[in-house]
Write a protein that binds this ligand. Structure first.
Ligand SMILES: *Cc1c(COP(=O)(O)O)cnc(C)c1O
Length: 340
């Protein structure tokens, strides 16, 4: 038995999800003729109270499409220094949109409306880059699954509206935040111009993300997705997994959060652990004591059939998910208690 905690993307479809996929009706989605894709897009747009949605192969392509929608070359986007769009999308903002990232030095991947205001360039100054977009991430990935205070997100909305900036949410793990904070998708749908969500993280699908927005934005997004090579054919088989996940895999995210908190509690009590960051959802970031080599610790766990990743600077990460069972949690805790 391998216990794989490197990410929540490692899950395999459940039997029930696979069965939903096998029974899907499909068609050529490039012609808009896949009924299951259309159903998924309408379903999620309805959940968020937004006009339309578009199915993507990845969250990266959905985010990059959003940036392309909201900017032109030479512009600048405001995001956190830890943002996925800046750190983990292969330089996409520069390569795809020709924009620079104006980084905010935030807290666990989050920042304030005042910080946004301070980062907006003067649009009358022709020698400065034109600020056109603010992107936020909820939950934050590099920030350890932290959830934003929705009141701050509303304040940033007001700053965006006043300064004519678009407002994008990278919601790869938004459903984790919704469950943790007891919020509804509509609370977010009314705040943002565009939202990306991933089906392939906590929701347990093999692939798939969506971009949500107005009809006009999504119409343009279809062209951009095609240009990026993301036009897909009979993807109803995959969209069916998404529909299944939206119906069955959201509320169970509390299980993943409980397990992450249980692991954090154990780690806190162990002498070889230096620091455990607060756990709000399914991501747990911690440091081992300086005397212990981080990679050696990863290797020791690997020898015991447990996979986790180092994030550099002595930081280690555990991500809980659908395929991480109660039995695996017990084994993990036993190993952690006896490894040193
Ligand atoms: C995973 C992730 C994405 C998208 O990743 P893909 O692997 O391209 O689907 C985007 N933003 C955040 C915060 C993520 O964690």
């Amino acid at each position: 038995m391998t216990i794989n905690l490197i990410s929540d993307t490692v899950t395999l479809p459940t039997k029930e999800m696979l069965s939903a996929m096998m029974q899907a009706e499909a068609g050529d989605d490039v012609f808009g003729a896949d009924p299951t894709v259309n159903k998924l897009q309408e379903k999620i747009a309805g959940m968020f109270g937004m006009e339309a949605a578009l199915f993507f192969p990845s969250g990266t392509m959905a985010n990059q499409t959003a940036i392309m929608l909201h900017t032109k070359p030479g512009d600048e986007i405001i995001c956190d220094k830890w943002a996925h769009v800046y750190n983990y999308e292969s330089g996409g903002p520069a390569a795809n949109s020709g924009v620079a990232c104006n980084l905010i030095d935030g807290n666990r991947g989050m920042f304030t409306a005042d910080q946004v205001r301070a980062h907006i360039k003067n649009k009358e100054h022709i020698y400065e880059a034109f600020t056109s977009l603010v992107t936020v991430e909820n939950t934050t990935n590099k920030g350890g699954g932290a959830c934003w205070d929705i009141e701050e997100l509303k304040k940033i909305r007001a700053v965006c509206s006043t300064n004519d900036l678009a407002y994008h949410l990278d919601g790869a793990r938004l459903f984790n935040a919704l469950v943790a904070k007891n919020q509804l998708p509509k609370h977010y749908g009314e705040l943002f111009d565009t939202i990306s969500v991933c089906l392939s993280k906590g929701l347990g699908c093999p692939i798939g993300s969506l971009l949500l927005g107005s009809k006009a934005y999504i119409k343009e997004a279809v062209r951009i997705r095609k240009r990026l090579g993301g036009g897909m054919r009979q993807v109803g088989y995959i969209a069916a997994a998404g529909i299944y996940a939206l119906e069955h895999h959201i509320s169970r995210l509390t299980e993943d959060h409980k397990k992450a908190k249980a692991i954090a509690e154990v780690l806190q009590s162990l002498p070889y652990i230096k620091k455990v960051e607060p756990v709000e959802t399914n991501i747990l970031i911690f440091n081992v004591q300086d005397a212990i080599d981080e990679q050696e610790f990863v290797k020791k766990l690997k020898d015991r059939g447990i996979l986790i990743v180092g994030m550099g600077q002595g930081k280690l990460r555990i991500v809980t998910h659908l395929d991480f069972t109660d039995h695996m949690l017990e084994k993990l805790i036993t190993e952690l208690k006896t490894i040193y």
